[in-house]
Design a protein. Sequence first.
Length: 553
Amino acid sequence: MASHAPLVSNPPNLRNCREVGAYRRRRPEESVLYRVVQQQLETFLARAEARDRPMPRFVEREFRNFLRCGILAHGFVRVHCDDCRQDRVVAFSCKGRGFCPSCGGRRMADTAAHLVDRVLPEVPVRQWVLSLPFALRYRLAYDAKLTSAVLGIFVRAVFASLRDRARKHWQIAESQCGAVTFVQRFGGALNLNVHFHSLLLDGVYAAEPEGKLHFHPLPPPSDAEVGQVATRVAQRITRLLERRGLGPDAVPLEADPLAQEQPLLAAVYGASVASRIAMGPRAGRSVLRVGDQVDADDLPRFEGPRCASVGGLSLHANVAVPARDRQRLERLCRYVARPPVATERLSQLPDGQLLYRLKQRWRDGTTHVLFSPQELIEKLAALVPPPRFHGVRYHGVLGPRARARQRVVPGGEPVTSSLKIPGVAQPGPAAPADPRPPIGSGPVAMAPIEPKRTGATAAPSAPSEFAPADSLPPRARRVEWAELLRRVFAVDVLACPRCGGRMRLLSVIHPPEAARAILECLDLPARAPPTSAPIPDPSEVVPDWEAAFETGG
């Protein structure tokens, strides 16, 4: 079934479902992000074409699909209540992988629910975060094979550390590890920052004499052990780059094919990694910062526990979730799978400039970054992943082809576990489930339909009830779309707003002509908001001297 988009907007913090009802009819074009893309996209693309350095098609396609997200004129699903004859339409989503906040929020909740319900076993989990040097971030932004190689070095180094500690604590000669890695492309200021968030099982699996798998948890790694992993990763990455001709002595043109194939994209990537501007009147300058600026070199550097830095590479491993704390694990999965843009932190100033609030205050006192509309489009373009660039990877015993995977994941064969070891906190009883739906970043793009307007015969439909996450069949791949929207946006699209009954799927309207005809009949917006015409670049406008002479100018 086609998925459905939430409304991309800047609503206040929604605390319960009653507040959602007041905002659910707001349109996507009311959001700051949508208006900026709608008004500036054609100008951005036209100026790139004028310099004979066009944007790649996958970047342009991501922007254009974003403008279609949540717009009823591009298709919708119609649901119907048999008790009171109330109808509702829910718009399609763009399924974008770049910067769309609504699709990113849905994917975040979907992936987190899938990992907790179907992948990660009830064992301790630790997050390992690897940040890379600036030069390597630029290369990994477009080189998927190099990204896989660097990630493989990192995961193998952590697995080796786990096995070494397992031999010391449990005297285990052979063991298996498991992990799920998220390849994030963004930083907190909408900058290009390719880094890895790996959720590793905080222990190892070992086979018993009778053939059963037994999980052995491990105590937290020491600072020295984290430092050893960071040193090993840095050394192996250096050797990898030298073997591939990407070391310090490499020829720039040969080491950077993107600069030859897509010069504009290469400039955008390089500027975004360095927190600079690539195009426009401020090209080459740093991104404007707002806040109490202080000299960061005069500030003391605080190194937290289980953190290490080696040659521009940093490693953090201080976040852990105990076994059976599934709610906290799902929150961690949501964090590592979050979308790059938080719409509630983006605002527009009276002069048209865009202010983006940082989630945390920087060491130099910066609290906001300031962009012009064209600069924001440029930053968003750098966050769009190239085709066939996978953002979620599975390793070890959790890999898709691992022989022991079915015996480890939830719902598989039972696996014994030894949790009582010195230095490891014992998990308490499972926390009770929260009956309230989680609050997301926005409402759902949907509109009610009056019963008097719906006289058509009902089409074959899906069952009227949707299954919650805890009652899904053992091998279900994803959460049902209605339950997913409820998890993300705290809106139950199958709950009738009039009688409180359950609604059912009536039809899926996709052809533009059919959608336009139905929306016009229902007095709903039948046409998509138009994009603004391109604005010429003032620096490239050639004066018409003949016309000026004829008019006496």
